[in-house]
Design a protein around this ligand. Structure first.
Ligand code: C2O
Ligand code: CU
Ligand code: CU
Length: 491
């Protein structure tokens, strides 16, 4: 080799290595972008511990106020120890317990007071995700509960029956505190939810399912240590838990059952389905019942989203099993253990969902989500506690155009397609268009979180009923913590 050829060879070799390296880097972080390609595997030999592992049910929180139309609840934010894997203890956080929180159930019209005591030695907040209350009661990053103090929000429930949830919202700390176990469900009931002939027996035929993914260490702990890839995609676990249990079993009668699904994961989206490809019927989205039940085989939920579904098990016999899955991955084993004597038909008509008149739209605002990893932004900005990004008027109908332009620049779309579930506080909104099309039937009801994939444009209608300072943000908690959040003031 003469000198020149040697240089060409070395430069060529360097380029090849660089390409291989970049290729590796992008395939690595590319996993989990949108389609959750990060493999979920058994970290420890989970197969061996799955039998007899019953689905845990969160407690129903006791209302301490005996008066009609009044309710008072106590929540204590505390440290806990949880055995996710038998024989191994993890350090966790919980509300009134070691892990997760109780179900708070209230009625429309109730005057509710909640005493939230922070027994941690770090600050926290408790945000009521999906609840329409004034800004000061919302529990966002401004309502900090310092250690050993009690926050006492009170509000009147002024919205439709829905499956909402609550979780911390401390600036830059939401991801960690939710991941360690701070999350619970908040049910609102109203005349419709009481009148409809659907399953309502908590824990018997009306089952809460809080779905979250975790990454276990060899000794069964769940530390929240973010790698570069976690900062890019959000924290993706390798094991999915339901109500804190790995691969649990749910015993049911062969009848129509109602499952209330909450994707409480930091970053993972799911495509829920059943192993025999059984049809089910979605009856509610984030903020309440749909107008009609929607027949489906798969329901996709981004972080923060909820769905209520009815599943007809009447053609099964005692002893039969079916599994509840994410794509092909079994999450929970449903076992028919008893013959039912009930006959519930799946209703077609549910409620009347009020329509917004588009002629009343006062203005349109655009929210562009872009950037990568710790540099994710909305409209080019990262969250600042003392900047108000948008100002709105109470009661005015607005159209918000939400765009995911995460790979807009430089045509890098293939490599960098980051999905961003967009969430708005203090309101239930309506999706009117997804990529210039009418949204699918199960997304035409009340929503507070909507998945916006790379390159997508979603149009929503918002009308605020409560005043105050609120947040909008990406519900991938690592993106939120990185600053993919803004503030708006409703006056
Ligand atoms: Cu689920 Cu801003 O929150
Ligand atoms: Cu929220
Ligand atoms: Cu995001």
């Amino acid at each position: 080799m003469n000198k020149n050829n040697k240089w060409y060879f070395l430069i060529g070799l360097a380029i090849v290595l660089l390409i291989l390296y970049i290729g590796y880097f992008f395939t690595d972080i590319g996993r989990g972008f949108g389609d959750n390609n990060i493999k979920i595997e058994d970290p420890l030999d989970i197969k061996e511990i799955e039998s007899g592992n019953k689905l845990p049910l969160p407690a129903l929180l006791e209302d301490m106020n005996p008066k009609e139309k009044e309710a008072e609840f106590d929540l204590i934010v505390q440290y806990g120890k949880t055995q996710f894997i038998e024989g191994y203890e993890a350090n966790t956080l919980g509300y009134n317990g070691n892990y997760l929180g109780p179900v708070i159930r209230v009625n429309r019209g109730d005057n509710v007071k909640i005493n939230v005591k922070n027994s941690l030695n770090e600050p926290t907040t408790v945000h009521w995700h999906g609840l329409e209350v004034i800004g000061e009661m919302d529990g966002g990053p401004h309502q900090v509960i310092v250690p050993n103090t009690t926050w006492e929000p009170y509000f009147t429930i002024d919205q439709h029956a829905a499956t909402l949830w609550y979780h911390p919202h401390l600036l830059h700390k939401t991801g960690e505190q939710v991941y360690k176990g701070l999350a619970g469900l908040l049910y609102i009931e109203d005349e419709n939810s009481k009148k409809l002939d659907i399953p309502k027996d908590y824990g018997v035929n009306d089952i809460p399912l809080v779905i979250q993914d975790k990454r276990f260490t060899d000794n069964g702990n769940i530390p929240y240590d973010l790698s570069m890839s976690d900062l890019m995609n959000g924290f993706l676990g390798d094991t999915v838990l339901i109500n804190g249990a790995i691969n649990p079993e749910l015993d049911l009668k062969n009848e129509v059952v109602r499952l209330r699904l909450l994707n409480g994961s930091n970053a993972r989206s799911y495509n829920f389905n059943f192993s025999d490809n059984r049809k089910f019927y979605q009856i509610a989205s984030d903020g309440g019942f749909l107008e009609e039940s929607v027949e489906m085989n798969v329901v996709s939920l981004a972080p923060g989203e909820r769905a209520e579904i009815l599943l007809d098990l009447s053609d099964y016999n005692v002893g039969d099993r079916v599994s509840f899955r994410d794509d092909n991955y079994d999450l929970m084993n449903i076992k028919i253990t008893e013959e039912s004597n009930k006959v519930i038909k799946i209703p077609k008509e549910l409620v009347k969902v009020e329509d917004y008149n588009r002629d009343e739209i006062i203005r349109s605002r655009v929210f562009v989500m872009s950037g990568m990893g710790p540099m994710v932004t909305i409209n080019g900005k990262q969250m600042s506690m003392d900047r108000i990004d948008e100002r709105l008027k109470l009661g005015e109908l607005e159209e918000w155009v939400v765009i995911n332009d995460s790979s807009g620049m430089g045509g890098m779309r293939m490599m960098n397609s980051t999905p961003h579930p967009f969430h708005v506080h203090g309101v239930q909104f309506r999706i009117i268009e997804k990529n210039a099309r009418t949204p699918p039937a199960n997304e035409r009801g009340w929503k507070d979180t909507v998945m916006v994939k790379d390159g997508e444009e979603v149009r929503i209608l918002v009308r605020f009923k409560k005043k105050g300072l609120f947040m909008y943000h990406c519900h991938i908690l690592e993106h939120e913590d990185s600053g993919m959040m803004g503030q708006f003031l409703v006056e």
